[in-house]
Design a protein. Structure first.
Length: 261
């Protein structure tokens, strides 16, 4: 039994496991695996927040509660006050919701057998759309509809340059929608694909080593397993960083939309 041939035969199965398959219903009306896990992660996020809120004390003693509270303070101080400045408090609930939902979704995807909702472009598009609508609505509230459109072009420009700069700024604003979705999806999908390949390679070489008494395959399985552990640790860091980056960028876009130019 050739381990490489077995591995190549299982790669299409691995690829299919990342596709958005229906778990209930069909194409006309159904629920895909990523939608199901999105709902699960949403419920899990709500449960965590409500459970922690009920156990808050002046001096926290529970490590889990203390960790979640620290995460909220991190969002409030670093992503809220640190970026938005005056008036940041009204945006903290939105930023904290996005941060904790993406963080929970990313970490759930690291559990064997689970799927990360942020590993599909449809979910990240939805999250990016929410952020895009939010910061534009806040810009309109701050400047008014016409005032917000005019604010895309900085003041003091030569009159002939205003249409050009305005168009470029409008294009840049729309592209933020795309980059928010693709950045999160690309990082999570690629990371989980690599994890899947390393896990598959480790399992295949160990299987061949046991079934065929092939010492060489058993030895080769060791570095694959080491790479799997290293990649798993790295992906844990990426799971946090992507939640952080998405929320920070959303905060920056709110600041740009509401600031006076």
């Amino acid at each position: 039994m050739n381990a490489l041939e077995v591995l190549s035969a299982h790669v299409p199965e691995l690829q299919e496991s990342f596709e958005s398959a229906f778990v209930f219903g069909s194409g006309s009306f159904g629920l895909t695996q990523y939608t199901l896990w999105m709902i699960i992660c949403w419920i899990l996020t709500v449960v965590i927040v409500l459970a922690v809120a009920r156990k808050l004390t002046l001096v926290p003693h529970n490590k889990f509660v203390n960790t979640v509270e620290y995460g909220y303070q991190f969002v409030r101080n670093d992503m809220g006050e640190g970026i938005l400045g005056h008036g940041f408090k009204k945006h903290v609930p939105f930023l904290a919701t996005m941060f904790f939902f993406i963080l929970v979704s990313n970490f759930v995807g690291l559990i064997p057998g689970c799927k990360t909702p942020t590993g599909t472009i449809s979910v990240t598009w939805a999250l990016a759309t929410i952020s895009f609508v939010y910061f534009n609505v806040q810009g309109i509230r701050a400047h008014g509809g016409w005032g917000y459109l005019k604010s895309l072009a900085p003041g003091g420009l030569p009159i002939v340059m205003v249409p050009v700069i305005w168009f470029l700024e409008l294009l840049s604003t729309v592209i933020r929608w795309l980059t928010l979705a693709v950045r999160l999806y690309g990082n999570m999908f690629a990371g989980h694909m690599v994890l899947g390949i390393f896990a598959l390679a480790t399992g295949v070489f160990l299987q061949v080593a046991v079934q065929s008494f092939d010492i060489t395959s058993g030895i080769i399985a060791v570095p694959w397993f080491v790479l799997l552990i290293v990649m798993y640790a790295l992906e844990t860091l990426v799971a946090f960083l992507q939640a952080y980056v998405f929320t920070v960028l959303s905060s920056v876009y709110i600041q740009l939309a509401t600031a006076s130019h």
